[in-house]
Each structure stands twice: as C-alpha cells, then as structure tokens.
Design a protein around this ligand. Sequence first.
Ligand SMILES: NC(=O)c1ccc[n+]([C@@H]2O[C@H](COP(=O)([O-])OP(=O)(O)OC[C@H]3O[C@@H](n4cnc5c(N)ncnc54)[C@H](OP(=O)(O)O)[C@@H]3O)[C@@H](O)[C@H]2O)c1
Length: 252
Amino acid sequence: MTDALGRVRSALVLGGGSEIALATLDRLATRGLRRAVLLGRRPEVMREGARGLAAKGVEVIVLPFDAEAIDTHAPDIAHTFATHGDFDLVILAFGVLGDQETFEADPTAAGHAAIANYAGAVSSGLAAAAALRAQGQGTLVVMSSVAGQRPRRDNYVYGSTKAGLDAFARGLGEALRGSGARVMVVRPGFVRTQMTAGMKPRMLAQSADQVAASIVAGLDGGASVVWAPSPLRWMFLVLNALPQAIFRKLKA
Ligand SMILES: NC(=O)c1ccc[n+]([C@@H]2O[C@H](COP(=O)([O-])OP(=O)(O)OC[C@H]3O[C@@H](n4cnc5c(N)ncnc54)[C@H](OP(=O)(O)O)[C@@H]3O)[C@@H](O)[C@H]2O)c1
C-alpha cells in the first residue's frame, strides 16, 4: 500500500531490465520504495541493473517473464501478485525497437516485435489491471512512445505497435475508472538508453533519468498522460496537423 503521503512502497516492472524503469525505481527508492519485483528475460542483467536499488535498501526480487509468451501472462502475473503483492505501481516497460530495414527484409522478426510490443502488452496489461482492480489501488504505468503519434517511414513497424499500445492503455484507463486503480500513459521522445545505442539522437533527446523524473512527477500529480519532455505535447499537436507531404520532408 502507498504510505500516508501517497508514496510508492512496492513496484512491479514487466521488462525489468528497462533503463527507464530502473531509473524510475531509483528515484522512488529515495522516497519510500521498499520492494521491487522485476520480471524479464535476463535475470543476470536485471540483477546487475538493480544493484543500486538494493544498495538503497530496496528488496529486489527477479522473476522470469517473456512478453511474447502471452499464454503465461495471466497465470504468472496473478501468481506474482498473490506471492509478492500488493503493488502500488506496475510499470509495463518492455519493448523492442528493432530496425525498419531489418523488419522489411524479415517480416517474421517484425511479427515477433509486434507480438511483444502490442499483444504481450495487452495480455500482461489486462492481467496487471485485474490485480490492481482487486487491490482497489495502484497505478499501471504504460511505456508508449511519440513514435505512435504519426507513422514515419523509418520506424513504422515499431510506431504502429506503440500506436496500438497507446490506444489500448487509454481505453484500459477508462475501464479502471472508479476502481481505485488507474493507468498513466508515458510518451517519451528519443531517450538515450541501450535501446537507442548507436543511433543519432533526435530533437529533445533525454536521459533515462530525465524521463524517470517526468514519470515520478506524473505519479505525484495523478496525470493520465505524460509527455517526456513536456514540449513534445505541443510539438505533436502541430506535427499531427501537417499535410503528409510536409511531414515527410521534416523527418521529425
Ligand atoms: N529509449 C527510447 O528512446 C524510448 C522512447 C520512447 C519509448 N520507449 C519505450 O520505453 C520502454 C523502455 O525502454 P528503455 O529505453 O528503457 O529500453 P531498454 O532499456 O532497452 O528496455 C527495454 C526492455 O524490454 C525488454 N524486452 C524486450 N523484449 C522482451 C520480451 N520479449 N520479454 C521480456 N522483456 C523484453 C528488454 O529485455 P532484454 O534485455 O531481455 O532484451 C529490456 O529490458 C520501452 O517500451 C520502449 O519502447 C523508449
């Protein structure tokens, strides 16, 4: 349960090696986080990533989870809540960026990314939401992306999965209204993490910690959508209104 000040005491991360998720937990560790359960494919990487949390006195538990294994999500997440819950915060952080050229040459790889980013998020998101609803409290943070706002030539496979995820998460937020649980959708722009290593940073690029600060501020303020950084909200208001021929030239 959140404490008397509404601070997060316990968190579950789906995609527990995510640099943005770990940076968020790191910030929460300085203000009351006591237990973090990390679910992901690579236990050693998650343990290594969570060393700073453990050093701050957070109990860290690492468990296996594959976003593509959609049949396992409902039973595994229910079991995780039954064994390690309650959770004040669930971060749906897993995601595959991939490479557009590779996806066009290998449609099967594109399909796998779509399963992880969208189908896996639907099955695990619904399972987590059911558990939060049963608790009567807690926030599901869903890592969307500005890539889902308007499809671009150079990453439309990834962008389309985030567009679907974003719509799903906003709908789920509506479904949870009145339950005590809620959804917060996070739309970062370019973030310098292992996901974007070697890529040329786009405009308004941020660090994982800067995005984490926006997430924590959003949690504090009860936001339903967080843009990171916030000017992206206004930038995409304009970009979404542009004719395709102009948008194409901008390479935004
Ligand atoms: N970095 C950016 O520029 C950016 C911008 C907007 C939105 N986002 C979104 O923010 C979220 C976090 O990204 P990040 O920057 O923190 O990147 P990250 O550090 O690469 O985290 C992504 C995580 O997803 C996990 N993952 C991928 N496929 C999985 C699967 N099938 N099953 C379980 N876990 C899987 C990865 O685990 P493995 O180690 O096993 O691969 C990794 O831990 C993602 O949803 C991403 O799409 C990122």
